[in-house]
Every structure is written in C-alpha cells, then in structure tokens.
Design a protein around this ligand. Sequence first.
Ligand SMILES: [Zn+2]
Length: 302
Amino acid sequence: MDFSVTVLGNSAALPTRNRNTTAQVVTHNNSIFLLDCGEGTQNRIREYGIRFSKASHIFISHLHGDHYYGLPGLITSLHLYKREQPLTIYAPPGLKPIIELNLNVSQTRLSYPLHIVEVHESDLAIYEDDFIEIKPITMRHRIPCFGYLFSEKKERVNILTDALRDYKIPFDQIESIKSGKDFTHAQGYTIPHEKLVVKRTARRYAFCSDTLFNLDYCKQIQGVDLLYHESTFLEADAEKATERYHCTAKQAATVALHAGVNKLLLGHFSSRYPSEMLFEQEAKAVFEHSIASVEGACYEIG
Ligand SMILES: [Zn+2]
C-alpha cells in the first residue's frame, strides 16, 4: 500500500526563483491529502502531474500567507473545472471568513460543497477512514499553528511471493489468508498462516510546521517513520530563529533525535542561504538520517 509524501514547496516566507512556499501532497493507498497551500501550489500540482481531483481533504497548519495564499486560486480553479465532490479544509480558526469574503466579492457560487473545519488543540483524530487517522500536533508559533500526524490504523499483512509460487495458492484464497486463516491445499495438507505472510507495523508520518524550538510534541511523534520538520535558519542565526518563532536545522535534528524517529525531512528554508545542503549538513551532525527536501521529490513513508 503506497504511503508517500511529495514536496511541492520548501521555501520559507518568500518564494525564490526556483522554490515555492510550503505545500505537500501525502498519498495513502488511493487517497490524496494536501498539507498547506502556499502561493503557486496549483501550478506545482499540475507540473508534478498530481491527480488532485482525487483529493477531498486539505490541512492548513496556520494562517501566515506562505501556508495558505494558494487556497483562493485552487478553490476557484476546482469550481471552473466543475468539480462536484465535496472538499473539506481543516485550519485554525479564522480561515472561514477569509474564504467567504473572496467568494462573496467575486459573486462565486461554488459548483461543489466546501466545508471549513476549525482545528483546536486536541488528542482526537480530526480525520479518519478505514485505513488512516490524522491528529493535530500543537506547534508554538506567533499565531495558532498545528502540525499533523498521519497514522495507519492497522498493521499490514502481505502474502510472501515465494509462498504464492511454492504452494500454488489460488488468487481467491489471498484475502482469506490475509485475514488470518491457514491454507489448505487441494491435496489435503495445510500450511499455517504464519508461514505464508509477512506482517508490517502500521506506519506514521508527522508534518511539523512553523514552530519555536521545543520538545513538547516529541512524545506524540515518538518513533514515526518519517518526520518533516521546519528548519528556517542555520544555527549561526539561532537568535533570529527564536525571535521569529522558528527553528534552525540543528534544532529540528534535536527534535528528531529526542523523538527517536526513523528519518528527518527538512524544509521551510529561508531564501537568505545559498544552498539547501547547508541545512542537511548541519542536521546530520546531530541526527544522521536527515535529508533536505527537494521540490518535486516523492519520499516513501516507512
Ligand atoms: Zn511559514
């Protein structure tokens, strides 16, 4: 089952010639979720060939422009495409009147139902389906800000390809074996379930948007397969980072280390630095499995 994140924008407050402000697409099985929607997000969606018509849920971290100014354009384009399926946007309080003003002034009556759901501090899932649940993570920024934790609900059971071949298991038996049953061959002998499958633990992805350095949310994201964490500044500018409620690459790596995650993906890079690799180098000195995100790249989760 596919579980991956594609980075559409990894620049901090200002877009650069080559980089856009924050947006990511998380794909799980056949579902697509958009995380943040900085200016230019819909162009990136087209550029990277993402089938956005399949997306029904958008999660906004906070209401600084570099995280949601792409929404009015995207909402309008979906209307021009005559979308009919509902779209739900999750965001801290304040987004609804902004979007309603846009639609009212332009006298636009959307072709599809648009729901805007306020996110508040909570341990409860704000979204769930048969396969995945999404919970907010409280960040510390100048205004209310949330990260989002994606957790698969069930461990995955996959049939071993060797077993399929060696025991000539018919296609119609696969679901029954996956559900825990043994396989009885046409010749009468039985192969126990445990010999036919491999079990993989449920995977998790944490998206940690703009925040002042703190370790409060480490418990919630403990051991995730992939942590995206903002790293706006380098450590040489740690004072600026604190003043502006942001993190350095070293601080992001400290969070990753403290939370015992498997892999750290860095982003939200300030345009003042000449290369994103500087962030990766700084983070690696603290947490080895750190990578600087690249726009357009798709990162497997788990
Ligand atoms: Zn930002």
